[in-house]
Design a protein around this ligand. Structure first.
Ligand SMILES: N[C@@H](Cc1ccccc1)C(=O)O
Length: 501
């Protein structure tokens, strides 16, 4: 039978005692705990030893017990006062005993024969006796000492000193049960040791020295059991949601999209709304739907020319043939600052900056909107926004791209589109994907940017655009049914979460 060095050593050490606690065996071998456990399991599978568990009734100190271990049992503290004063009243004892301890103290001292009790002027007076003067350690003291030293003591051992009932009655100790692992040698194991085992140190590392010196010919190499159970380790890794976002970024770049970046989470209303042809009196611009910055309140508007064409589009449609929204556009309003409410703000910025035609752009943005937190709503979430610009693009192209996103990138099994409204797109759609537990989950909007928007920003060809609530899609990939988990500190989830791609 082939045994590893560690198995041999463990077996030899075990044979010296026949049966022992696992921890004891660890000490005897001088190996570490994991190695011994592996050796024992190895020996067990070869029928040479047996590992088993046994529960044992034990006694341990209570909170009160631990206190007594520190400051002394009440009867000893009372006795100290009596020793000093010879005679004492209950009031005197009250200085060293708590109210609870005081009540039974007379009975206790009398039972031990350490004091006699008299009434003097209507008051109880205790006087120390000869036995009190020579008081010695009692079984209860021995038990308290033992429990203090060992923390847990087998029930039998305590019973040998004092009935455990007694300790429980005085609330000094309580019973508990602990499970211990034992290892026992099997007859075959004992036999093998008797026949003699050659204990040859094994080499687990083939070093250059071993090779050069030719020593490798003599040494014994350690065999590794690669199917042995091992402890799980949790190495550092990317937060699962971060990993998801990074993967999407990579996918889009692979698909030829250019990333639009921003180093700020704060946006002017101009870029968040106005540049997207969203009228200033649009209800979604109220505080109910977006946050506003308290300080500073306002930022800067871009180039005058651009501001003028956006203003013209809002007021009368600019040169698009549209009548616009028909109101007086306010630059002050457009200057107000806010945490970005959608990634589309960056699409507007990019169009104004200039784009490749044809071209594809995307951005992954943290956005902010007041909402009631629940399993599908966050007030701070991430959107993947993007657009494709090109001469011959149409609505069907848009739906095709979106479907590909939802299925390929987010792994949705089914997708559906419904007509919707956005001030900056016409036509507009809303997209939903099917989640096995949540049913249909709305995950974004899309459409063709209106001419009033694109022309004002200087782009004269169709632009199809979308904004996807990527967090909801992350739920699909990460197999979770509560969106709040994306930002969870739950270590178990952080360790176990697996991106299924
Ligand atoms: N920005 C929109 C989504 C959208 C983007 C682009 C075009 C149409 C719609 C939202 O936040 O819901």
């Amino acid at each position: 039978m082939e045994l590893s060095y560690q198995e041999k050593l463990t077996l030899i050490k075990l044979s010296e005692v026949g049966r022992t606690k696992f921890e004891e065996l660890v000490k005897r071998t001088g190996l570490d705990q994991v190695a011994v456990m592996r050796a024992v399991l190895g020996l067990q599978s070869k029928g040479l030893a047996k590992l088993y568990e046994k529960s044992e009734r034990v006694v341990k100190l209570t909170e009160t017990g631990r206190k007594y271990a520190e400051i002394g049992l009440p009867e000893w503290r009372a006795l100290a006062v009596l020793k000093e004063k010879k005679k004492a009243t209950l009031d005197d004892l009250g200085n060293v005993l708590s109210e609870d301890e005081l009540k039974p103290i007379v009975g206790l001292l009398r039972k031990e024969g350490w004091a006699s009790v008299r009434k003097e002027d209507g008051k109880l007076v205790l006087e120390i006796t000869e036995k009190g003067l020579n008081a010695e350690e009692r079984p209860i003291d021995a038990a308290l000492k033992l429990l203090t030293e060992k923390k847990t003591v087998p029930l039998d051992e305590i019973e040998g000193l004092i009935p455990v009932k007694e300790l429980k009655r005085r609330k000094i100790a309580e019973e508990d049960s602990v499970t211990e692992r034992f290892v026992e040698i099997a007859p075959e194991g004992a036999e093998l040791v008797k026949g003699g085992i050659e204990l040859k140190e094994e080499v687990s590392n083939l070093t250059p020295e071993l090779i050069k010196s030719g020593k490798w010919r003599e040494v014994e190499f350690k065999r590794f059991n690669i199917s042995a159970p091992v402890r799980r380790i949790y190495p550092g890794k990317k937060q699962p949601y971060r990993a998801f976002l990074d993967k999407i970024r990579k996918r889009l770049i692979e698909m030829g999209f250019i990333e639009m970046v921003s180093d700020s989470l704060i946006e002017t209303q101009f870029w968040n709304f106005d540049a997207l042809f969203q009228p200033q009196n649009h209800p979604a611009r109220d505080w109910t739907d977006t946050y506003q910055l308290k300080y500073p309140k306002s930022g800067h508007l871009p180039m005058e020319e651009l501001v003028a064409s956006v203003k013209a589009a809002h007021e009368h449609g600019g040169d698009t043939g549209s009548r616009g929204w028909g109101y007086v556009w306010s630059p002050e309003r457009a200057m107000l600052l806010m945490p970005r409410a959608h990634g589309t703000a960056l699409s507007g910025r990019q169009l104004a900056r200039g784009v490749e035609i044809p071209g594809k752009y995307f951005t992954i943005q943290r956005v902010f909107r007041p909402d009631v937190l629940d399993r599908t709503h966050l007030i701070e979430f991430n959107q993947v926004d993007g657009f494709v610009v090109g001469e011959d693009l149409n609505f069907r192209n848009l739906l095709g791209i979106l479907k590909r996103f939802a299925v390929e990138i987010a792994g949705a099994k089914k997708v559906k589109f419904l007509p919707d409204y956005y001030p900056f797109t016409e036509p507009s759609v809303q997209m939903s994907a099917y989640h096995p537990e949540l049913g249909w989950v709305e995950f974004g909007g899309a459409g063709i940017f209106r001419e009033e928007m694109t022309k004002a920003l200087g782009v004269d060809v169709p632009v199809i655009a979308w904004g996807i609530g990527i967090d909801r899609l992350a739920m699909f990939k990460l197999g979770i049914d509560d969106i709040r988990y994306l930002f969870s500190y739950d270590l178990r989830w952080l360790r176990e979460a697996r991106l299924v791609w």
